[in-house]
Write a protein that binds this ligand. Sequence first.
Ligand code: HEM
Length: 432
Amino acid sequence: MSTCPVRRPARGASIPPPCFRIFTMTRTYSFDPADPELRVDPYPRFRWLRDNDPVHWSDLGFWVVTGYEDARDVVRAEVFGQGDFVANIALFYEPGFDVLAHSSYRWLSEVFVMRDPPDHTRLRKLVVQALDARRITAMRPRIAAITEQLLDELEPRGSMDVIHDFAYRLPTRVMCDMLGIAAHEVSEETLGKLNQAIADSFIVFETRALAPAELAHADAQIDFLTDYFDGIFEQRRREPRDDLTTALVNARDGNARLSREELSTVVIGLFGAGFETTAHMIGNGLLTLQRFPEQWELLCREPALARQAVEEILRYESSLQATYRTALEDTVIRGTPIRKGQRVLAILSAGNRDPAVLPDAETFDIRRAPHKPLSFGGGIHFCVGAELARAEGEVAFTALTRRLPQLRVDTRDPAWRAGFLFRGLERLQARW
Ligand code: HEM
């Protein structure tokens, strides 16, 4: 579509400074994921868009939807898919940019969340087979044991950085456990390197041009992860075990197995998808519970609310804010024509606070009646790790409130990390 309904005279010109809590924007606003105000508090902007421009054209070349029903329909409808990967990424760069010359983008192009049927269907089926309900149920006591071990180590200290000391370590150890990488086989140093490599390379999910240094670093980190996991697969081929890695090596769909490249792509994808999102769910959750101390106290008194609390945390302050789709055919959202090939950013976390579908949507309430937040997406790409993430959150918050009810975090000026799609904290100091 060549004509855009919304134009911006100069970047950010019409946007008031952050101190204006009553958010007023003019129709000249254009959504930019790199806007620093989104990092501090994205919700006033989402609210404005939902109320004033629910199908918004960003001058960066994509549509943005913020209403619950629109975001849900975009992730579910068959008319939207992932489309042409190279064209979608090339959109952010100068003409002539060679997307697939970069190992991080090559990797991303193979990750099944970025693919359409039939490839997506085949790969997802194999992974779901290996990440089935039996394996998640079997993992619960292990998640509890890992959580208790971490807190045994941390409790006597009287303080911690929630993100690095606890939130990053829990899902990493859980994923290693599921993959069958025993604690004695991987040092804390290697775990730290794996975490860092995931965090650095997942920058390729961000919907913007990366600086050459960022991209070179992401490439090097993906190469490191590929080598690491290739080594593990080699071992499992020689010595199969009862673990997710062996299950993936053996997973079959008729005669189809995962190819060697697909195996490491899938495992890095699972490791990464299950790490940053879950870690930041814990960090965002603890911050939010402490911002509303009566909710923290309620959870301390009634630990049975932990599962509902996790659902509410994921709704209110989700660690994955949004996802993209491409129109596979010409279509329409609320009467606005969307042309084949155009991209749409569905802001799931904005939909989760849509008052049209949820009363008091801006209120954080762990007693909220069950509803259907968009935190885990929908349709064919619905999160395969949703049950695992919920289990980790439930166990973590139950243990934290039971063992450290007097825990307090500094809620002023939280250190939100850079990047739009993944929302989380760089650090969160707690003491008890
Ligand atoms: C709080 C934690 C998590 C959140 C908020 C989250 C969120 C999401 C969302 C919104 C999607 C859909 C993306 C789209 O439609 O484009 C997704 C997909 C996915 N998630 Fe999660 N996730 C979490 C944890 C996990 C875990 C623990 C794992 C694995 C162990 C995982 C693996 C995946 C995979 C593989 C997909 C792609 C599914 C597909 O394309 O069919 N996620 N996740």
